[in-house]
Every structure is written in structure tokens, then in C-alpha cells.
Design a protein around this ligand. Structure first.
Ligand SMILES: *Cc1c(COP(=O)(O)O)cnc(C)c1O
Length: 368
């Protein structure tokens, strides 16, 4: 090839430039001193004390590489959830595992299915892998199992379901998840992303273990970023069939979960009563805040996570509410990029933070 026919600069593959960079929840407002961040579904209580202590303690060892296989952490997860550590894999957040699953099982010429308002990382990672990511219509902001099954093509390789779903908060009953699995060809990997599993209080729910154990084609993903309050540490994990775990271990970052993150996660699992207290708080204050908004005429969507959608009817009203909350130092998440511009996603914070949101929206409705 002669010099003249080459581009003047390095060129990304075309699909990379079709990806919109992920917009994380905001954390700063110009000119406001006290910021309350309710935009990323981080746990209401901060990081567990034991995790903070483990993090500080590991500082003297930072010159050491971590255990690349996260063995102690996998053993701790296995003990906590009754799972075989050999069939667990840890990641730099579950985001890392999502990305690898797309590259391992999909790619150019293949399809990945997700529901219309599913988690954005599936769209980003699937497109990056070169696959076509199909967003299947939902019913009532809930994954429609029949529509998902109907959307399967000969090229479909992966189906992603977040259960509970972020950002809608909706839940698929276990019977529905089983119906979905039964309706998918055996060679399609079903990814059950249960980032909010601990928060679910519904009886007819399984985070994924049952379906993982029932076959060779379902993997469950979990994270330390939500109820365990370690989003900044970047630790997620997957439980899956031996062959899927084997494939992930071949391609994941060799030392993907760093030393401090492994120590903090092990300690977080051991913090007594942490999950129970977090879940009790979440149920109480999520329901309180939703009821408070309903009372002042703001519709809310039912949620099984530590967040919910407040529905303002129109994109304009929602944007005005968002601006008003910002002026009061309250950062929530606009949902324009999820195709739900009429809504704001609000993370359930502390009691004080919930009361601040209710008070601010009360003033917004009365005056703005
Ligand atoms: C927050 C979240 C994750 C993952 O997060 P990591 O911090 O990468 O572990 C995965 N899936 C959903 C649906 C989430 O909301």
C-alpha cells in the first residue's frame, strides 16, 4: 500500500465511534457547598467499617501484586452464598465481566438481546465486540419475555437481563425468568445481572443460582458496588457453568481485582448485619419517599432496587425538576440516555437525604 492511500491518523473500528461514552452519575454542582449524590445507586450507608479498616491495613503491602485468581475472595463469596469457589470468577466490577462475555460469545455478525430500558453497559460492550445489540420492547417498563423470545435470530448468542432492572426497578418473577430460559435455544448464553439481588424482598425471586445450576448456559453476575458500598473499589463476580468460567479466566485481566479491593470485599462480606440493615433501611425509606412524592402528585414506578423512577409526565417538567433539585444540592439521574426523559432516577439515601428530596420536590411542585 502506498503512503498516500493511508489515513493521516489511526482509525478506530467504525462501530467504536457509534458508541456513546457512558455518562456516570454526577457528583458536582458549581457554587453549591453541600452535595447529596443520589445518582449512582451507591448504598445509603457508605462503605462498611470493616472494609475501611482492611483497606487501610493493606496499605503497607501495596508493592505486592494481588492474587490474580482472587482465591480468598472467591472462598469468602462461596462460603457466604453457598457456592463452589471453582465456579466463581471475580472482575473489576461486574462491568468487566459483561465486556468479556460480549467478546467471548458474540462479535461481528452476531446479535445480542437486551430489553429496551436495560442497563447501558450491555449496549456499549456488545457494540464494542462488534455485535448488533437489539433492544427489545418492554411492557410497562418491564422486560417482556415473549418479545425477547420472539426477537431471537439464528445469529443471537447472548441475552442480558438485569433483574431487578436498572434503571426501571422492575423485577421478573422467577417463573418468568425460567420461561425465558426455556424459550431460548441451548447455545444462547443467558446473563442474569443481579446487581441489586440483596435488595429484593419478593418471595418469587432467585438471583440466578437455580438456573445456573440447572444447565450449561446461564451465568449470574453480582457486584460489591451496591448494597456492599464498595463502588469505588470495583469488584464484581460471576457464578456460572465451568466452561463459561473457564473462558472468562482465559481473557480477564490477569490481576483484574486489585489488592485493596480484594481485602475490602472480603471484609465487607464479614461485616455483621450489614446487608440486613441496608435492606431494612431501603424498604422503609424507599417506600416512604415514593409515598411522599405520590402525595404531592408525582408518579413513581414500582422498584425492587435501592432506587426508583419518579415520573414527571413530560421531558420538560422532568428537566425542570432536575434543575430545581440541583439548585438545592441534590444530584439525581436524568434518564434521557435511557429513552425515559420524563423520569428521574432517584437513589434511596439516608433518612435525612430522603427527607431533603421530598422537601425539595414539595417546594418544586408548589412554587416552580
Ligand atoms: C451498578 C450495576 C452493575 C455493576 O457494576 P460494577 O460496579 O461494575 O460491579 C451491573 N449491572 C447493573 C444493572 C448495575 O446497575
Amino acid at each position: 500500500m502506498n503512503e498516500m492511500s493511508r489515513p493521516a491518523a489511526p482509525q478506530p473500528r467504525a462501530e467504536v465511534l457509534t458508541i456513546e461514552a457512558y455518562k456516570a452519575g454526577g457528583s458536582k454542582i458549581e457554587g453549591v457547598n453541600r452535595i447529596v449524590k443520589l445518582s449512582s445507586n451507591e448504598g445509603a450507608f457508605g462503605p462498611p467499617k470493616a472494609a475501611q479498616e482492611a483497606y487501610l491495613k493493606i496499605a503497607a503491602n501495596l508493592h505486592r501484586y494481588p492474587d490474580g485468581g482472587s482465591l480468598e475472595l472467591r472462598q469468602a463469596i462461596g462460603a457466604r452464598f453457598g457456592l463452589d469457589p471453582e465456579r466463581l470468577v471475580c472482575g473489576t466490577g461486574s462491568d468487566e465481566l459483561i465486556q468479556h462475555l460480549c467478546h467471548i460469545y458474540a462479535g461481528p455478525g452476531t446479535d445480542i438481546l437486551m430489553s429496551m430500558h436495560g442497563f447501558t453497559m450491555y449496549q456499549i460492550s456488545g457494540t464494542y465486540a462488534g455485535a448488533r445489540v437489539i433492544q427489545v420492547p418492554e411492557r410497562n417498563l418491564t422486560c417482556d419475555v415473549d418479545a425477547m423470545i420472539a426477537a431471537v435470530t439464528p445469529e443471537t448468542r447472548l441475552v442480558f437481563i438485569a433483574n431487578p432492572n436498572n434503571p426501571t426497578g422492575s423485577l421478573l418473577a422467577q417463573s418468568e425468568v425460567e420461561r425465558l430460559r426455556a424459550g431460548l435455544p441451548a447455545d444462547i448464553l443467558l446473563v442474569l445481572d443481579a446487581a441489586y439481588a440483596e435488595y429484593v424482598t419478593e418471595a418469587d425471586y432467585d438471583a440466578g443460582v437455580k438456573l445456573v445450576d440447572a444447565g450449561e448456559n446461564t451465568i449470574m453476575l453480582r457486584t460489591f458496588s451496591k448494597v456492599f458500598g464498595l463502588g469505588g473499589m470495583r469488584v464484581g463476580w460471576g457464578y456460572g457453568p465451568a466452561a463459561v468460567i473457564d473462558a472468562l479466566n482465559r481473557v480477564r485481566g490477569v490481576f483484574n481485582v486489585n489488592l485493596a479491593a480484594q481485602a475490602a470485599a472480603v471484609a465487607a462480606l464479614a461485616e455483621p448485619g450489614w446487608v440486613e440493615a441496608s435492606v431494612a433501611h431501603n424498604v422503609q425509606w424507599r417506600d416512604w419517599l415514593m409515598a411522599a412524592l405520590n402525595t404531592i402528585g408525582i408518579k413513581t414506578w414500582p422498584s425492587h432496587g435501592n432506587f426508583f423512577l419518579a415520573d414527571f409526565g413530560t421531558a420538560e417538567r422532568s428537566a425542570a425538576a432536575n434543575a430545581y433539585l440541583m439548585s438545592r444540592g441534590l444530584i439525581v439521574r436524568a434518564m434521557n440516555s435511557y429513552g425515559l426523559p420524563q423520569t428521574l432516577r432517584i437513589t434511596v439515601g439516608t433518612e435525612e437525604e430522603c427527607r431533603m428530596v421530598a422537601a425539595a420536590l414539595g417546594d418544586f411542585v408548589t412554587h416552580a
